[in-house]
Design a protein around this ligand. Structure first.
Ligand code: ADP
Ligand code: TRP
Length: 321
């Protein structure tokens, strides 16, 4: 499998991002090809502060490396360090029908709310198609919300191949992330940056424990038997705890006679232990930003070679070379 995915540098990862996406990306790093990049060009459509974008991009790289992305297996780079992408984007854009992009949800949603959308948001899926096609990727791990963009990418690639009568581009497929990995937030709804119910992976231990102790719970009496599978506190605990500890906890739920405070304390201990190694690695990386920049530079060099080959194929097919 030739795997590729992009991660927007829009903030620090929370537990939902980790279990729902990052962990699954990292598991694919031993495939024949694994390219992961920080989508700073895409983030330009929302972040309009240079210093913030730069800092976010470096933070995202450190987060991924600390969480186990291994540069000896996967190529990690920053999107804008591969200028071939922007050029390929133009070649793709010149044959992309407006209608295809008008149907894309992120653009449509904004317009339907009466907000004015920039051309960056409108053409966002074409840039994403360039990202994917430039490395001959065949597998794109993404959340359910991004599958439309992969379909658009396939349409664009097919119509380019048809127009110029050549198999210039490989047609990629989405690998939809495990939807059962939906992580509840501190209020029991889906954890999300936009709901303010999240706990960050690298949140310092003390505030993290405080947030856990404040997780909303129901007011049923302690002695009642409870169903662990429908309880968000149990769901969170089961992300971090060993299977044998989960079974024990589930048993306790069914028996009743326990307090949510004890479960929260166990969750805090398990979460702290689970991310302890990543936290230590994160601190090490933070102390050596040059090492991180070196990893990103090396990654970009590898990515540029591949993107250059594909761009040349496309340029030749359409008569630019
Ligand atoms: P947010 O909702 O916090 O803005 P994003 O939309 O930036 O999160 O999500 C980035 C990735 O993390 C997506 O692939 C998404 O599927 C995954 N993700 C986000 N929140 C959760 C969650 N609560 N449970 C599982 N996966 C999640
Ligand atoms: N649009 C993706 C998101 O918001 C990020 C992204 C950019 C991406 N380019 C990509 C994902 C290429 C997969 C492949 O999550």
């Amino acid at each position: 499998m030739k795997v590729l995915s992009g991660i927007q540098p829009t903030g620090r990862p929370h537990w939902g991002n980790y279990f729902g996406a990052i962990r699954q990306y990292i598991e694919l790093q031993h495939e024949q090809q694994a390219f992961y990049f920080i989508a700073n060009l895409h983030a330009l459509t929302t972040i309009r502060d240079g210093e913030e974008l730069k800092q976010n991009s470096l933070n995202t790289a450190m987060d991924l490396l600390a969480l186990g992305l291994d540069p000896d297996h996967a190529v990690l780079f920053v999107q804008s360090d591969v200028p071939e992408i922007s050029e390929l984007c133009w070649l793709l854009m010149s044959g992309t029908p407006m209608g295809l992009l008008e149907r894309c949800v992120s653009y449509k949603d904004k317009v339907s709310k009466g907000l004015s959308a920039g051309t960056g948001l409108f053409t966002y899926p074409v840039l994403q198609a360039a990202d994917i096609l430039a490395y001959d990727s065949d597998t794109v791990p993404v959340g359910e919300d991004q599958t439309q963009h992969i379909e658009v990418c396939r349409d664009i690639a097919k119509s380019f191949n048809n127009a110029f009568q050549e198999e210039v581009f490989v047609l990629p497929k989405a690998k939809v992330l495990d939807a059962s990995a939906k992580v509840p937030g501190t209020d029991g709804d889906k954890m999300s940056k936009s709901y303010g119910n999240f706990i960050e992976v690298f949140e310092p231990v003390k505030p993290m424990r405080k947030k856990i102790m404040r997780i909303a719970t129901d007011s049923r009496p302690m002695e009642d038997s409870k169903d662990p599978e429908t309880d968000h506190l149990y769901q969170l605990y089961s992300l971090f705890a060993e299977p044998s500890d989960c079974r024990e906890m589930a048993e306790l739920y069914r028996k009743g006679g326990f307090g949510y405070g004890d479960v929260k304390k166990k969750l805090a201990d398990a979460a702290e232990a689970y991310f302890a190694e990543a936290r230590a690695r994160r601190a090490e990386l933070e102390a050596q930003p040059d090492r991180v920049l070196q990893i990103l530079g090396d990654g970009a060099a590898v990515a540029r070679v591949k993107a250059g080959e594909v761009l040349l194929r496309a340029q030749k097919a359409c008569g630019l070379k």
